[in-house]
Design a protein around this ligand. Structure first.
Ligand SMILES: [Zn+2]
Length: 227
């Protein structure tokens, strides 16, 4: 009976336009990792929005927010597609380790676009780049005060020099409704290894080898983050 119920629930989800999936990070120099993903296929065509959280696995508010969003989004009311990754840094969450992935001691916010011959954070970053970032038109990366932080809510708006992208990301930041916005325009270079949000918000400056699957894509990124 329970098996029948599970099958029924699964069918309902599929027909309702929700697909549950995993980003499968294979084992390498360290352990494998499965990162859960929920994909909502809206009833009408439209852009692809990705919302991710938990690259710092003890910033609970945004992780919980996305878990709630998964249970409340109605594909029938959506135009386009919504990709939700509620918890990237699973070992940080499970082991209650702030800031870093305890497997390789790296921040999972700072190693994009990643690489497959690196540690777990590198491999996860690479696959998130391919399977989430390159699949979306807009991306929101949610953070929050970590275990040792007390923050007021704020967003980043990164001015890239790409006028169309900057306009969209500005609208997204304003729509989020927080009364403090940090305008980031003075960070030089790609900063991929130290500042992942450069990678996510500066498509015009991506290095060779990192190409967009659709040229018109705009990676607007909004964060509730501590830098
Ligand atoms: Zn964070």
């Amino acid at each position: 009976m329970s098996r029948l119920i599970s099958a029924t629930v699964l069918l309902v989800f599929v027909f309702a336009g929700l697909t549950a999936a995993q980003i499968e990070v294979p084992a390498g120099s360290d352990a494998a990792l499965s990162i859960p993903v929920a994909v909502f296929h809206g009833a009408r065509p439209g852009p692809v929005l990705a919302i991710v959280a938990g690259s710092h696995g003890t910033e609970y508010t945004s992780i919980i927010a996305l878990e709630k969003l998964i249970t409340t989004l109605n594909p029938a009311e959506i135009s386009g597609t919504v990709i939700i990754v509620p918890l990237i840094n699973i070992q940080s969450f499970e082991q209650k380790v702030p800031h870093l992935n305890p497997v390789d001691k790296k921040s999972m916010n700072r190693w994009y676009p990643g690489k497959m011959d690196g540690t777990q954070t590198d491999r996860a970053s690479f696959l998130i780049t391919k399977q989430v970032v390159e699949q979306c038109d807009h991306l929101i990366d949610l953070h929050g005060g970590d275990l040792d932080e007390s923050l007021r809510p704020y967003s980043y708006w990164t001015k890239t020099g790409n006028e169309k992208q900057d306009q969209i990301s500005r609208e997204m930041v304003l729509a989020f409704g927080l009364d403090h916005i940090i305008i980031s325009a003075d960070r030089d270079g790609f900063g991929f290894r130290s500042r992942s949000h450069h990678h996510l918000s500066r498509p015009a400056q991506r290095p060779a080898g990192f190409t967009l699957s659709r040229e018109h894509r705009h990676h607007a990124r909004q964060t509730l983050h501590h830098g």
